[in-house]
Design a protein around this ligand. Structure first.
Ligand code: GUN
Ligand code: ZN
Length: 438
């Protein structure tokens, strides 16, 4: 048997906590809790004494007390080919794309490059406690091959796709409507549902796809209705004006995706900052997800995500790093920046809600609740172990912390990869093993 028991201070969510500490229904917190993991899945979750009494005496126990154990973090929007784009000194989106991003992504056509970056990419996710991501690969089929091969070898639950883009970018980054369709089909056949891998149909964004390519993207969606779709929407004023020029018949940016049949409950839309009321209504009706990318929105100067307005409009939401427009791989840093973006707009983002969002909330956004983001029995045993005393400054602040909520807020405000003690991928320790590899 592959059983193992993880002992520690367990925190797992059942629902979105809207208010405060009193929202006890929404989460389970066990001061001396344990997870019984069998064959990579959660077999039981309870007080440690109960797990032990239930037949756990002979099973290996890994004791993480006094640290917190949560379901692994989920990042709903990240660009695998942009590890070497992070920290590029650009102004707004279009300059950032043309001067840095499109230049860098061309290197993924070079032999060996995608494999080299894939190895570094998954090391970095693990280091930061991220166990699932919805990722964009480059236009090259080989970049998606390298991504999935590495994720599969590490048994990580990933969602990814090669970007389709057939105009308004350098030649080295263009496919065609036909080759984008064919390559996506081949990658779906090879990778979707293999181990823990899931394919996402990935038109980069409306400005880089011809009407013909968007038609064929719609065909892919019709042929594979269970697949995710990911793209960008309403990030920047210049981008929105460009879309209006390219698609003069459209009512707005969202209308382009609607027209080609790309909106649905598995559609992930990065940014969604500059939205009209009509667009919010269209997202709500389709069940598509608006993905909040706070570090990226600030770094590229795109604007402030209006979570309250989207939620009042019944739009589903998620949170993400958006590396390499984003500036940190850490979901803790991302929650912190998200808090600031909302606070400056007079919106409150309670720490319980932040940690819900980075776990079960993002799992729900990906329609993977019950599979990841929870310690409910039957779920995949991806976990992150968090240490709120990871640095000297955190230790000084922790000395005055009295409640779980205060500890969570400290973790998101001061924490980064140093606060991630260990990470489990389907029940197997991954972060400490990583250090030994280096
Ligand atoms: N819009 C189209 N492509 C991109 C990208 O790579 N990053 C961001 N932030 N926005 C985009
Ligand atoms: Zn993006």
């Amino acid at each position: 048997m592959n059983d193992v028991i993880l002992r520690g201070r367990l925190l797992t969510f059942h629902d979105e906590p809207f208010g405060n500490e009193d929202d006890q229904r929404c989460f389970t917190y066990l001061e001396d809790g344990a997870l019984l993991i069998r064959d990579g899945k959660i077999a039981a979750v309870d007080e440690f004494a109960a797990i032990q009494a239930g037949g756990g005496e002979d099973i290996d126990v890994i004791d993480h007390r006094p640290h917190l154990i949560l379901p692994g973090f989920i990042d709903c929007h990240i660009h695998f080919p942009q590890m070497q784009v992070v920290a590029s000194y650009a102004g707004a989106l279009m300059e950032w794309l043309n001067r840095y991003t499109f230049v860098e992504e061309q290197k993924f056509g070079n032999q060996g490059h995608p494999e080299m970056i894939a190895s570094a990419f998954f090391d970095e996710l693990i280091r930061h406690g991220t166990t699932t991501a919805a990722a964009y690969c480059s236009v090259h089929k080989s970049s998606a091959q390298a991504f999935f091969a590495e994720a599969h070898a590490r048994n990580m639950r990933m969602i990814a796709g090669k970007v389709m883009m057939d105009r308004n970018a350098p030649d080295g980054l263009l496919d065609t409507a036909q080759s984008g369709y064919d390559d996506s089909q081949a990658l779906i056949a090879q990778w979707h549902g293999k181990g823990r891998q899931l394919y996402a149909i990935t038109p980069r964004f409306a400005p880089t796809s011809s009407p013909e390519q968007l038609e064929m993207t719609g065909a892919l969606v019709r042929e594979h209705p269970d697949l995710h779709v990911q793209t960008h929407l309403c990030e920047n004023a210049g981008e929105i004006a460009f879309v209006a020029e390219l698609f003069p018949w459209s009512r707005d940016y969202t209308d382009v995706y609607e027209h080609y049949g790309l909106l649905g409950r598995r559609t992930l839309l990065g940014h969604c900052i500059h939205m009209t009321d009509r667009e919010i209504g269209a997202l709500a009706e389709s069940g598509a997800v608006a993905v909040f990318c706070p570090t990226s929105n600030l770094f590229i100067g795109s604007g402030l995500f209006d979570l309250d307005r989207l939620r009042q409009g019944n739009v589903r939401n998620a949170i993400a790093t958006d590396i390499g427009g984003g500036t940190s791989y850490s979901m803790l840093r991302t929650l912190d920046e998200g808090y600031k973006v909302l606070n400056i707009q007079g919106q409150r983002y309670h720490p319980l809600r932040s940690f819900y969002q980075a776990t079960l909330g993002n799992a729900r956004a990906l329609a993977l609740d019950g599979v990841i983001g929870t310690f409910a029995p039957g779920a995949e045993a991806d976990c992150v172990v968090l240490n709120a005393n990871a640095t000297a400054a955190m230790r000084v602040r922790m000395a005055t912390v009295e409640t779980l909520v205060e500890e969570l807020f400290l973790l998101q405000t001061m924490g980064d990869d140093r606060a991630v003690e260990e990470v489990y991928i389907a029940g197997k320790g991954a972060k400490r093993a990583l250090k030994q590899r280096v």
